[in-house]
Design a protein around this ligand. Structure first.
Ligand SMILES: C[C@H](O)CC(=O)SCCNC(=O)CCNC(=O)[C@H](O)C(C)(C)COP(=O)(O)OP(=O)(O)OC[C@H]1O[C@@H](n2cnc3c(N)ncnc32)[C@H](O)[C@@H]1OP(=O)(O)O
Length: 724
C-alpha cells in the first residue's frame, strides 16, 4: 500500500499542488479521502498558500471512489465503512474553503473523481480526457454532491443524460457544455492550472461555487418536465432497478429545496442504494469481469502476448463476416477466405453492411469506417493465408469439412500461427484430429452478431499452449471483447449451461403452461426476451442442430420435444420467415400468433406428460424457477468439471453471452442469493414429478446439504476435474 498516498507541494508561486497517488486509476480509497482532507486543511491554514491545484498521478485524474469499499460493505452489511465526504470534505473543506481550487484533469475523471473536480472552483483538462458519472452502472448513484453540481454547471437535461446512461463525455464536449473551463496540452496542464488558481485568488477569474449556481437549471416547470421525461424513459430502459428513479428524486430535491438539501438527501439515499441487491450484483460483475483476465498458468508465468497483425477468417457467413468486422474495426489486417467468388462477395458485402450500419447509427465516424474496410482483403485460395498470425475458422458445423480445413491451414500457415475455430458445439480434439500442431488449436467462440456481442469464449484443450491462449486473450481485448477462458466439452461453458433454458421451457409447455405466459415471466425476471421468442430469433434449424448435439452428449437429461419439428412441418421458421410463436412484421413489435396453439396441443398430445392429462397449475415465480434452476444445475456440473477457472467467470459469461441481467450478478451469484438449498429441494421435487431432466447434480446436492455457496472454490478438485 506504499504507493497509496496524497502529496502536497507548495511552489514559490504560492500554489499548493495536491496529488492523488493510487495506481492504476487513482481510486479514492479511504486513506486517499483522509489524505485529501488532511492536505486541504493544511493548505487552507498555511499562510504561504494562496491557491490549490488538485491532480492525479500518472496521467489519470481519478477513476472514482474505491469500489472495493462497496464490496466490503456488501460482505459485512456495515455501512459505517463509508466515509462522510459530501459535506465534510467537498462542501465545507473544498468548495466553501478559504482558498480557491482548480482541478487539473488528465486521462479520466469518473464518479467520485469528477465529483471532487466539481467541488473545485474551476476545471482545466487535457485533450480527450474522459469525464463521467457512471455510478448508476454500479447500482448506486453519483455521490459527493455530483447529482447537484453537474446540473448546475451544464444544465439539467444533459446532466440527467450523463447520469442515466453512465457514459462518459470527452473534455472537448465538456468544454462546450461549461463543465471544463479550458483545454490545454498535457505538458501545460499544471502550469495553466496553477495560474488559473492564482487568477481566481486575485479575482481576475470568477470564484465559482457550483452548488450555488442557479442560472443553468431553468425554471421549476422546465425542470419538472425534464425529470418527468427521464422517469418515463428509465421505466423502460432500467426495469427492476431502483437507482435510476432514486437518482432523479434526489436531483429533484435539490431543484425544489436548493443544492445543499439535495446533497444531504443524496448522502442518505446513496447509503440505501449501496445496500441494495442491485448494487451487490453490479459490483460483483464489475470485479468478476476484471478477474477473467487472470488465468492461472497462463497470465502469471511471465509470458508476453505476441503481436497478431494479420488474421485469416475462413468462411464469410454470418459469423465469419461478423468476426472479420470486429477485427477490421480494431485495425487488424483480415484475409476473408471463401470457396467461390459468389460467397466471397456476399461475405465482403456483409462486412461492409456491418460497418456502414455502425456509421448510420453514429457509432463510427466515416473516416474510421473507410480505414476499417481497407483492412479486409478477400481470398479464394489458402495460399493467401501464408503470412497470417492467426486463423479463425468459421464455416458450418461439419466435422469432415473442419478437419480438412485444419489440415490445409497447418500446411500453409507459418509455424507460429494460431489455429482457432469458432465452432459452438464440436469437440476441438475432433476438429484438430488430423493436425500435428495440437498445441496451437484453440476455440474462439464468438456470439452473434460477432461485431457487437461483447463475449469471447476462449476454449482450450489439454494440449493448447499457454502462449496460444494468451495471444487469443490479447486479440480479444484488442477487439474490445471480454475473453473468458474455458475448457473443452459439448457446448463449452455458455451454450452448455444455457441448453436447459429452452429445454425447461419446452417441458413446461408440454405440461400445459402457456407459451406467452412463460415468455412474459422470463422477461419480467429481466432477460431481454423469453425462451420462445429467442427460439424464433435464432431460427428453428439451430434449435434442431443443438438439440441433436446435446441429446447425444447428455442423453440422461435431454427432453425430446416434438414441438419444433411440428412448427417446421407447418411452414414456420420463426423470425426468418415472419411466422413463429409470434408474427413478425416490418416496423412492428412481434405479436403472439394464436394460430400456433393447435400445434402446441398436438405436441402435448404426442408427449403426453401432463399428469392425469390435465395442464399443471404453477405460479409465476415457479415458472421462472422451473426454467432457470435447471440452468443453475448445469452450471454446477460445469463448475464441478472445472470447465471454468472460477465461478464468477460463469457469471460474466451468462451476462455477456446470454444477457442474463447484470443487476442479478450473473447465474451463479443469483443462485447463491436464492440459496442452493431451495434450488436443490425444488429440483428434487420436480424430478420426482416430471423426470430426470430436473435431477439435481452431485455438486448441487453436496453444496446444498453442506450449506456451502455454489460460488465457493472447490477445496479439493473432484475426480472429474481433469479438463484444464
Ligand atoms: C461516491 C462516488 O459517487 C461513488 C463512485 O465514485 S463509484 C466509482 C465510479 N467509478 C467507476 O465506476 C469507474 C470504474 N472503473 C472503470 O470504469 C475502469 O476501470 C476505468 C475506465 C477507470 C479504467 O479502465 P481500464 O484502463 O480498462 O482498466 P481496468 O482493468 O478496468 O481497471 C484497472 C484496475 O483498476 C481497478 N479499478 C478501476 N476503477 C476502480 C475504482 N473506482 N475502485 C477500485 N478499483 C478500481 C480495477 O478493478 C482494475 O483492477 P485489477 O487490475 O486488480 O483487476
Amino acid at each position: 500500500m506504499g504507493g497509496v498516498k496524497v502529496t502536497m507541494e507548495v511552489g514559490a508561486d504560492g500554489v499548493a499542488v495536491i496529488t492523488i497517488f493510487n495506481p492504476p486509476v487513482n481510486a479514492l480509497a479511504i486513506p486517499i479521502i483522509a489524505g485529501l482532507k488532511e492536505k486541504w486543511t493544511e493548505a487552507t491554514m498555511r499562510n504561504d498558500v494562496k491557491a490549490i491545484v488538485l491532480t492525479g498521478n500518472g496521467g489519470r485524474f481519478s477513476g472514482g471512489f474505491d469500489i472495493n469499499v462497496f464490496q466490503k460493505v456488501h460482505g459485512t452489511g456495515d455501512i459505517s465503512q463509508l466515509p462522510d465526504v459530501s459535506v465534510d470534505l467537498v462542501v465545507n473543506t473544498m468548495e466553501d474553503g478559504k482558498k480557491p481550487a482548480v482541478a487539473a484533469i488528465e486521462g479520466l475523471a469518473l464518479g467520485g473523481g469528477l465529483e471532487l473536480a466539481l467541488g473545485c472552483h474551476a476545471r482545466i483538462a487535457a485533450p480527450r480526457a474522459q469525464l463521467g458519472l457512471p455510478e448508476l452502472s454500479l447500482g448506486v448513484m453519483p455521490g459527493f454532491g455530483g447529482t447537484q453540481r453537474l446540473p448546475r454547471l451544464i444544465g439539467l437535461s444533459k446532466a440527467v443524460e450523463i447520469m442515466m446512461t453512465s457514459k462518459p463525455i470527452m473534455s472537448e464536449e465538456g468544454k462546450k457544455l461549461g463543465l471544463i473551463d479550458a483545454i490545454v496540452p498535457s505538458s501545460e496542464l499544471l502550469k495553466v492550472s496553477r495560474q488559473w488558481a492564482l487568477d481566481i485568488a486575485e479575482r481576475r477569474k470568477p470564484w465559482t461555487r457550483s452548488l450555488h449556481k442557479t442560472d443553468k437549471i431553468g425554471s421549476r416547470s422546465e425542470a419538472r418536465e425534464v425529470l418527468k421525461v427521464a422517469r418515463e424513459q428509465v421505466k423502460q430502459t432500467a426495469k427492476n432497478m431502483p437507482q435510476h428513479l432514486a437518482c432523479i428524486d434526489v436531483i429533484e430535491e435539490g431543484i425544489i429545496h436548493g443544492g445543499y438539501h439535495g446533497v444531504l438527501k443524496e448522502a442518505k439515499v446513496f447509503k440505501d442504494l449501496v445496500l441494495s441487491d442491485t448494487s451487490k450484483g453490479l459490483v460483483h460483475v464489475f470485479f468478476a469481469q476484471r478477474a477473467t483476465s487472470k488465468v492461472p498458468n497462463v497470465t502469471d508465468i511471465g509470458l508476453k502476448p505476441r503481436t497478431v497483425k494479420k488474421v485469416a477468417v475462413i468462411g464469410g457467413g454470418l459469423m465469419g463476416s461478423g468476426i472479420a468486422t470486429a477485427l477490421a474495426l480494431s485495425n487488424t489486417f483480415v484475409v476473408l477466405k471463401e470457396i467461390n467468388s459468389e460467397y466471397l462477395q456476399k461475405g465482403m458485402k456483409a462486412i461492409e453492411a456491418n460497418i456502414r450500419g455502425l456509421v448510420a447509427r453514429k457509432k463510427l465516424p466515416q473516416d474510421k469506417a473507410d480505414r476499417s474496410l481497407s483492412m479486409v482483403k478477400g481470398a479464394l485460395d489458402f495460399s493467401d493465408c501464408k503470412d497470417v498470425d492467426m486463423v479463425i475458422e468459421a464455416v458450418i458445423e461439419n466435422v469432415p469439412l473442419k478437419q480438412k480445413i485444419f489440415s490445409e491451414i497447418e500446411k500453409v500457415c507459418p509455424p507460429h500461427c494460431i489455429l482457432a475455430t469458432n465452432t459452438s458445439t464440436i469437440d476441438l480434439n475432433i476438429i484438430g484430429e488430423n493436425t500435428i500442431s495440437k498445441d496451437r488449436i484453440i476455440g474462439a467462440h464468438f456470439f452473434s452478431p460477432a461485431h457487437i456481442m461483447p463475449l469471447l469464449e476462449i476454449v482450450r484443450t489439454e494440449k493448447t499452449s499457454a502462449q496460444a491462449i494468451l495471444d487469443l486473450m490479447a486479440v480479444g481485448k484488442a477487439i474490445k471483447k471480454v475473453p473468458v477462458v474455458v475448457g473443452n466439452c459439448t457446448g463449452f461453458a455458455v451454450n452448455r449451461t444455457f441448453f436447459p433454458y429452452s429445454q425447461g421451457a419446452h417441458i413446461l409447455v408440454n405440461l400445459g403452461v402457456d407459451v406467452y405466459r412463460i415468455d412474459a415471466q422470463i422477461a419480467r425476471f429481466g432477460l431481454p426476451m423469453g425462451p420462445f421468442q429467442l427460439q424464433d430469433l435464432t431460427g428453428y434449424g439451430v434449435a434442431v442442430a443443438v438439440g441433436k448435439e446435446f441429446g447425444s452428449a447428455f442423453s440422461d437429461r435431454t427432453f425430446k420435444s416434438p414441438l419444433i419439428d411440428l412448427l417446421i412441418e407447418s411452414g414456420r421458421n420463426g423470425k426468418n420467415n415472419g411466422k413463429g410463436y409470434y408474427i413478425y412484421e416490418k416496423g412492428r413489435k412481434p405479436r403472439p400468433d394464436f394460430t400456433v396453439l393447435p400445434i402446441i396441443e398436438e405436441s402435448r398430445r404426442l408427449t403426453n406428460i401432463m399428469p392425469g392429462g390435465k395442464p399443471i397449475s404453477v405460479g409465476d415465480q415457479e415458472i421462472i424457477e422451473m426454467i432457470l434452476f435447471p440452468v443453475v444445475n448445469e452450471a454446477c456440473r460445469v463448475l464441478d468439471e472445472g470447465i471454468v477457472v472460477r465461478a464468477s467467470d460463469l457469471d460474466v459469461a451468462s451476462v455477456l453471452g446470454m444477457s442474463f441481467p447484470s443487476y442479478r450478478g450473473g447465474i451463479i451469484f443469483w443462485a447463491d442469493t436464492v440459496g442452493a438449498g431451495h434450488i436443490y429441494r425444488s429440483l428434487k421435487k420436480w424430478s420426482e414429478l416430471y423426470g430426470n431432466f430436473f435431477k439435481p447434480s452431485r455438486f448441487l446436492e453436496e453444496r446444498a446439504t453442506k450449506g456451502i455457496p455454489l460460488s465457493a472454490p472447490a477445496s479439493t478438485p473432484s475426480a472429474s476435474r481433469s479438463r484444464m
